[in-house]
Write a protein that binds this ligand. Structure first.
Ligand code: ZN
Length: 122
């Protein structure tokens, strides 16, 4: 699967409240094809950047958000991460609007990992 990388950003863990830095890989706006600037994958972006992609006049334009929940010309990609401090499994929502990277809009505890191990052991 083609992907791009977001430059490190700080995430506040909802479990332990510790802030840590993470570098996420995401599939929104990623494709092995490309244009004269190169492939639309293996690029580094930061929040606020516009993803390199085909123009909106191109039939392939809507494919930029094919791997995500979306509505209109926006996208929200769910990315799994582990808190380096408390090891909680978290899901980060990375939002996009018309190819622009809006940023992380939600950090929540992964439902699969939620059973509160630890509290009962202590
Ligand atoms: Zn944590």
């Amino acid at each position: 699967m083609a992907f791009n990388t977001l430059e490190p950003i700080k995430i506040d863990c909802p479990v332990c409240d510790i802030r840590s830095e993470h570098q996420f890989q995401f599939e929104t706006g990623a494709d092995y094809k490309g244009d004269e600037t190169g492939r639309f994958c293996l690029r580094f972006y930061k929040v606020g950047d516009k993803l390199a992609w085909w123009p909106s006049s191109d039939a392939r334009y809507p494919l930029w958000r094919q791997y995500t929940e979306n509505g209109g010309d926006s996208a929200k990609e769910q990315i799994e991460m582990t808190c380096p401090n408390c090891r909680s499994s978290l899901i980060v929502s990375l939002a996009f609007e018309s190819l622009y990277i809006i940023g992380v809009v939600d950090v929540r505890i992964s439902v699969q990992a939620e059973p509160s191990r630890g509290a009962a052991d202590e």
